[in-house]
Structures are given as structure tokens and as C-alpha cells.
Ligand binder design. Sequence first.
Ligand code: SF4
Ligand code: FES
Length: 260
Amino acid sequence: MSTSKSKTKAKAKHDVKAKAKSKSKSKSMKSSKIRFEIDGKECTAKPGQTIVEAARDNGVYIPVLCWYEGMEPAGICRMCMVKVGGRTMPGCTTPVAEGMIIESDVPELEDMRKAMVEMLFVEGNHLCPTCEKSGNCDLQALGYRYRMMVPRFPYQFPLRLVDATYTKIMIDNNRCVQCRRCIRGITTKDGRHVFAMTKRSGKSTIVADRELEAKISDALAKKAMDQCPVGAILKKETGFALPIGRRKYDKAPIGTEVHK
Ligand code: SF4
Ligand code: FES
């Protein structure tokens, strides 16, 4: 047998093997779907998905505040708490496992979430009628979802910093819920964080790096405003571009974008 013939034979053998390998790989990928249940609904998830992500893919809304699609979850706000086997855990940081039975839409958790929304309203100064983010605000939308009328906790009326001395944006800490979406999600092209948190505990304040902030593009300033779940970061010179009444949550309540 010539050398070229034996080479062709070896290549054909290799191709058959590779085909079989990729077939079995795609088969195992298909069978690697995770099966789980949430509020009695049978669902499937991709390996590595968190409970919040998998629930959304299956048309089940779990309320979130610090979680943002495409952003590394941080487990800060605790709005997404669910019950797994009787234990309460954050849905945004817990990966789904085979056979999990998850409870989310149950009175105990819903009341806990409502209480958390109320706490956020009383610990800051949220004056929705005068806020540029009204109708686009996740906290306001959650307040409507939970039919919050008068919070069960006393108002704190804290004295918080409003800083309009930045170039592209302004920061109103009265509205900040300290979800850190701005810190995690807004970086320059070379990976530097534009926002940071100063001080601790009840005195925590969101600030921006003045040098970086002055150089951010309009698109990044808008992204910062859009990713902030409330009206704590506003882009300058674009107030009320979309009139109240035609905004995201004016059209449909929060959660309806997920429910199938
Ligand atoms: S400014 Fe907005 S995005 Fe940043 S921590 Fe406060 S609420 Fe979250
Ligand atoms: S959304 Fe899970 S802790 Fe905030």
C-alpha cells in the first residue's frame, strides 16, 4: 500500500471517530438539561443557570432588584428569596440542581418581599411624583405589584447627598437602594469602575470617579441611568425624554415581561 493511500485511510478513520464523538457530545448535552419544579410547574434549565435565570426562561417571574440580566449576580437585596426543600435562599445566586422543588409565589415569601419594598421606601426619600424615573423605576413598580399603601415601618427621612456637580450625570442618594448595579455594571473600555460606594452602614453613599465620569460617553451615561433600578443616577440634559404615561411600567406591571 502506498503512503498516500494509508494516509487517506487513516484520515477517514479519524473523521468517523470525530463524528461519533460529536454526536455523543450533542446527545449528552441534550440529556444534560436539568429538570426542576417551581410553584408546581415542571421546568428545565441549562447547566450553570441560577434559579432566577432558569425561572425566567420558563416564564416564571421571581422579583429581583439587585439582579440585572447579563451582570454577575451579587445577592444583595434579597428580593429573590425562594424556598428550596423548606430552606430560604437567594434565587439569583443559587444554581438550579436536578430535581429541585422550588417555591416562590407563596404568601410567606410574598409578604417578606412586600416588607422589604416597604423598608426601602421608608429608609430613603422616594418622592415618586417628582422623580424622572417614575414609570421606569423597579422599586416603584414593585410597590404597585405588592399594593403597598402605607408602609408598616416608620419613615426615617434621612439626610442624603444630592450631587449635581458631575459632568454627565447627577447622583441623588435619597433614591439609592444600594444594589451596586452601577458599580458592577458600569466600567470604562479598559475595565475601570466609574462608580464606588463610600462610608459604611446607613451612611453609605454612591459616588463617581470625577476624572472617569467626565470622560464617559453619552451612551455609557445613559446605560448607568437605565441600569439603576431607581432614579438615583440621572443623565444630565435628557429629562423626561419619554413622557410619563408612556413609560415601561405605565404600560404593563413589573413581571409581565417574564410570565408566559
Ligand atoms: S445608584 Fe442606583 S444602581 Fe447604584 S447602588 Fe444606588 S440604586 Fe443601585
Ligand atoms: S435579586 Fe437576588 S439578592 Fe437581589
